[in-house]
Write a protein that binds this ligand. Structure first.
Ligand code: ZN
Length: 247
């Protein structure tokens, strides 16, 4: 089974479409690590697409705030503004789908999915010290996580934590990680709809666990078209601008 792993799509349907086009024919099942909505202008379009794909999805913090099952009080004012805008936009059946997204961790074919971290779906794992706990707690050799919008991850081997940078070079679309026995992996496919690692291209991963490979992808998309929709919808300007920088 080959899995297309999407995270932090953030209501950006143009980025999602570019990812799906690039990944066409390369996967059997779609997995989604949460934050389907928030920040972006296309909450209904993205939920429609994820539902149609039959994805196995877990929820993220923006899905809770966007559906209204959690208040957005711990969000910064800009993110809160869009969470409330998202609630107003959602068609009733899409709001219900978002409300009912299960909390992680989920287990698929011997690997795990979390939005943030095992013990807390809202926790950010940026640094090796933060990753260590998850690597030690992991019930499986491979875990996929999102939330930070940074493509890459961490390894644990011989009691040492390693950092993986798998951002493909500007001229290439993907780079491949070969999974090695005796190593525990915490892998982030990156953010489809709002990358923050300095590469503005949409990020995702394709995992072929039986063949011990995980591909990390970056594909360009029409950022200006998304920015125009955000501006037309009155979404906050800092969110519009950051898409172009991937920050
Ligand atoms: Zn996110």
């Amino acid at each position: 089974m080959r899995y297309l792993i999407l995270s932090d799509i953030h209501a950006n349907v143009t980025a999602l479409d570019a990812a799906l086009e690039a990944a066409k024919g390369r996967w059997d099942k779609v997995l989604c690590l949460g934050d389907v909505v928030g920040y972006g202008p296309d909450p209904n379009e993205v939920i429609d697409s994820i539902r149609k794909l039959g994805a196995l999805a877990i929820r993220g913090n923006h899905d809770k705030a966007g559906s209204g099952i959690a208040n957005a009080d711990d969000f910064n004012p800009v993110a809160r503004n869009v969470a409330l805008w998202t609630r107003d936009q959602l068609r009733p059946e899409n709001r219900k789908w978002l409300e009912e997204l299960p909390i992680g961790p989920a287990t698929v074919e011997g690997f795990s999915l979390v939005h943030g971290a095992f013990r807390d779906e809202d926790e950010y794992v940026f640094a090796p010290a933060q990753a260590l706990e998850g690597l030690l707690d992991a019930p499986s050799p491979i875990t996929f996580f999102g939330h930070t919008h940074l493509q890459g991850g961490f390894t644990l081997r011989d009691n040492k934590v390693g950092v993986l940078h798998f951002k493909p070079a500007a001229e290439s679309l993907s780079s491949t990680l070969v999974i090695e026995p005796g190593t525990t992996y915490l892998l982030n496919p990156g953010s489809v709809g709002q990358p923050r690692d300095g590469d503005a291209r949409a990020a995702f991963a394709i995992a072929d666990i039986a063949n011990n490979t995980v591909e990390f992808w970056r594909v360009p998309y029409d950022i200006e078209a998304v920015q125009a929709r955000m501006t037309a919808a009155g979404l906050p300007d800092p969110l519009v601008r950051r898409l172009a920088f991937g920050r």
